[in-house]
Design a protein around this ligand. Sequence first.
Ligand code: PLP
Length: 388
Amino acid sequence: MNSSRRAQAIAPFHVMDILARARALEAQGRDIIHLEIGEPDFPTPAPVARAAIEAIENGELHYTPALGLPQLREAIAGFYRKRYGVEVPAARIAVTTGASGALLLALGALLDAGDEILMADPGYPCNRHFASFIDARPVAIPVGPDTAFQLTAQLVERHWTENTKAVLLASPSNPTGTLARDEEIRGIAAWCAKRGATLIVDEIYHGLVYEAPPQTALAQAEEIVVINSFSKYFHMTGWRLGWLAAPAGLLGGIERLAQNLFLAPPTPAQFAALAAFSEETAAILEARRQELKARRDFLLPALRELGFGLSVAPQGAFYLYADVSRFSGDSFVFAERLLEQAGVAITPGVDFGAVAPQRHVRFAYTRPLPVLQEAVARIRRFLAERRA
Ligand SMILES: Cc1ncc(COP(=O)(O)O)c(C=O)c1O
């Protein structure tokens, strides 16, 4: 049976080929260092896991309201108040099935068939597929080191058409780890507001910034949608829980979509997440942020020293998007050889868009420091052997 044209049009993740080969090599007894996977090695913080166990033992496993447990929506509103000094009423917050669910709901509530949504290339690959899934048109705008791989108000203006209805930013970005500037967020939001369009800012990596903590886009503009998640900063990838904050007028549409597409976000995960904002959890998360910073501070200069192009230092997330053109004209082949010969798995640029993907690879510093040191030693030997 053939799947729909829509399903066939979705590009596969090329990193899955790398991962499959890495697993096959491991099955043969090879030691592989995994720097391709976009989730850190830390377990879910213990207070969060305990809260879920308690909820399960208490039998609290019924559907919740479609927009989430009221006390969790309140806790998220409290998070914005405490962390950013921003008032976001709980009524404007929807708990979702990961940032993935939030992105689908936001795009579904904002866009009709044929509407255009502007996004950066390179960027998170699923975004363009969320858009095409609802018959909207993703418009990829090439970005590079000159704008720290982020959209700017000027780029948005240049690519605007009468069909543009939304702009999507991710700050910090996947794959580049770079932040959008507050002035640009304000400029893009104002431009959108004047034209009846909406800015969506994905802040899934916001807690994982290693310089001065950034301000949420909700402090820059009111009528925007902000996406976040328990996956990355809170180390809860498998719990499938995220959220969005949206203008009041959009919540009705989001609720109707959420009721029909998901009924409700996962209940044990929501009870777990109630413990994610406690002081005890905050201390664990801060120690991990420091650990990730130490990893970045090791890997960034080490890769630069080996000759990888990393002209913009990423401020956050756990990714380094490196130019490999000094070593190879095809980053996929480079990633394959690095895996086969050195046992280091990385993600080729082709997964992140059409802008010079053959020149780039993504390193995820999701392994402990000694493992990263071993990875750098292996890459050094690999490059030396190629030159010999
Ligand atoms: C930029 C970005 N947005 C959204 C997601 C989806 O995350 P989740 O659905 O696990 O919350 C990811 C996952 O890697 C991501 O990198």
